[in-house]
Design a protein around this ligand. Structure first.
Ligand code: HEM
Length: 537
């Protein structure tokens, strides 16, 4: 956007100077009146009372009083950067999205985050990391709002408030700030055993990444891609860091939390300043779009399950390069609003019930966080393509819309002459058949297996990785006050693997329980050790 030189009715706005720069020879009020002093309030004499008529004092303090907006209800702590995405053209057979076509370059903004800590918490805590990407494509904005762990705690979004209430600090004492070492977290995950898989990834080295540059990203849910000829395929998105996947060890994470709580944020900013631009390859696992929406017996609508890469290799479709730091953290990193519902033609959602809740939640929360419904007008959220949305008014409206007939069709001002037909670049939902069914509050049977994949993950770990996992469970559970919570979680570990359970139980000084369910196939899937493996550099 250029300088604000023209007013709503076309008249010049004065000096023609860019108000965003906050420069110029004079300090002024917000109304542009020049000031001669900003260090002393207006008083009745040098030692007398301050006068209410001091507009400058009231305006300056009033604005300061309202500088903070609510932090995100989750993922409050984050860091962002600008970059570019280069399409390889390898996905065009299955996906018509223009930004994936060969050699198309699309501007992007990426925000990395932790989940549980508040805005000022430390970077190196044990937690899941967010990896959210906004693609400003010619066909509208596409957001890929993923995490660095390929599975999620819960299968249905109706439990999201519960898992977050359990993971956030205790309501009475507001500790711990940003990790899972407390009773409510372990109470929840031991009662909802679908969380066993994500929790195990958190307790592994994946929970303490070395750098944002060395993290994978996952779209987690299965999405649907649509080709130009109308064919569909189911896909899972993966980001593979060019630098490979690296983690801290626990002692490093602990030390850094004290010595440099901004470790990840600093790293990202410094390497971009130095011109060592971080890169990730975007890839997809592709599955046939069958009515079962399953692959090799794995339910593709269950976000607690992954598909091993040896069963379905990740196929590279583009390259992300982060090339520029933010200039204003608040305006960019803090005000950016991602949403899984920001889709472009060629990419559609599936019926994963976790995804369904997200489709509601992001827009909804942003109304509170960003103060009303007009946050798409904020510079970081503006699409890089023409917008003609007929949306009007509302809190924090900054556009001066013209035209008297904000609806379609209208015969008064021609404000919206066309709707794009399905053939002219419109977003058309895929006409997927919905099976005839009764309304139920139930999960499918396939959601009931909570332990096979965690067991395979554990068995695919090397001995040093296992040591880290055992130490993490022991440390985090060791912080619980409630004995019953520790015992119940040991029961969960017994269902994953007796050795894992015995080693953690020993660390806690408790007896190791027996498995309550038959253990899954003891053979580790070689594929699982490849999940998230380093990308060949
Ligand atoms: C924020 C990922 C599940 C609600 C975020 C962010 C990421 C993320 C990366 C941070 C976005 C940013 O940097 O601004 C995920 C993933 C999920 C998941 C990968 C599961 C696969 C859910 C669910 C809900 C939810 C089930 C609610 C039903 C939210 C909310 C925010 C958020 C309210 C804050 C957004 C804002 O204030 O702008 N999520 N999330 N998430 N997520 Fe999720």
């Amino acid at each position: 956007e250029g300088p604000e030189t023209v007013g709503p009715t076309g008249q010049p706005t004065g000096s023609g100077q860019d108000r965003r720069a906050q420069g110029g020879p004079w300090l002024t009020t917000a109304q542009g009146t020049r000031l001669y002093d900003t260090d002393h309030s207006l008083k009745a004499g040098p030692r007398g009372p301050v006068l209410l008529q001091d507009h400058h004092l009231r305006e300056k303090v009033m604005h300061f009083d309202h500088e903070r907006i609510p932090e995100r209800v989750v993922h409050a702590r984050g860091a962002g950067a600008h970059g570019v995405f280069l399409g390889y053209g390898t996905a065009t057979e299955i996906c018509k999205a223009g930004f994936l076509a060969k050699d198309v370059e699309t501007p992007v903004f990426v925000r990395f985050s932790t989940v549980l800590g508040s805005r000022g918490s430390a970077d190196t805590v044990r937690d899941t990391r967010g990896f959210a990407t906004k693609f400003y494509t010619d066909e509208g904005t596409f957001d890929l709002v993923g995490n660095n762990i390929p599975v999620f705690f819960i299968q249905d979004a109706v439990k999201f408030p519960d898992v977050i209430h359990a993971g956030k600090p205790h309501p009475d004492r507001e500790i711990p700030q940003a990790q899972s070492a407390h009773d409510t977290f372990w109470d929840f995950v031991s009662l909802h055993t679908e969380a066993a898989h994500h929790t195990l990834w958190n307790m592994s080295d994946r929970g303490i990444p070395r750098s944002y540059r060395m993290m994978e990203g996952f779209g987690v849910h299965t999405f649907r891609m649509v080709s130009a000829s109308g064919g569909t395929a189911l896909v899972k998105f993966h980001w593979k860091p060019k630098l490979g996947v690296h983690s801290l060890v626990w002692e490093e994470a602990q030390l850094l939390g004290g010595v440099d709580p901004d470790f990840h944020r600093r790293d990202l900013f410094d390497v971009i300043e130095a011109g060592a631009f971080p890169q990730w390859e975007l890839g997809v696992q592709v599955f046939p779009d069958t009515p079962e929406q399953a692959f090799e017996g794995i339910d593709l609508l269950d976000s607690t399950k992954l598909v091993p890469e040896e069963l379905s290799p990740v196929q590279p479709i583009g390259l992300l390069t982060l090339t520029a730091n933010t200039k204003n953290f608040f305006a960019e990193t803090e005000q950016v609003a991602f949403h899984v519902g920001h889709l472009v033609p060629g990419i559609d959602v599936t019926d994963d019930p976790l995804l369904a809740g997200r489709l509601f939640s992001y827009l909804d929360t942003q109304i509170t966080r960003l103060g009303g419904p007009n946050f798409a007008q904020l510079p970081i959220n503006r699409p890089h393509t023409a917008v003609n949305d007929m949306l009007r008014d509302g809190m924090h409206q900054t556009a001066v819309h013209t035209g008297v007939a904000p609806y379609h069709p209208n015969s008064l001002d021609g404000g919206c002459p066309f709707l794009a037909g399905a053939q002219t670049g419109a977003y058309v939902e895929t006409p997927v058949a919905v099976p005839a069914a009764s309304k139920v509050r139930e999960a499918p049977l396939s959601y009931a297996d909570h332990f096979t994949q965690p067991r395979q993950f554990w068995l695919s770990m090397s001995e040093p990785e296992r040591e880290h996992i055992v130490a993490a469970y022991t440390f985090e559970l060791g912080k619980c006050y409630e004995q019953t919570v520790k015992e119940r979680q040991l029961g969960v570990l017994a269902n994953i693997d007796p050795v894992l359970c015995a080693r953690v139980a020993e660390g806690l000084g408790l007896p190791a329980p027996e498995a309550a369910v038959p253990l899954a196939d003891p053979e580790p899937s070689p594929a699982l050790s490849q999940v998230g493996g380093a990308w060949p550099v």
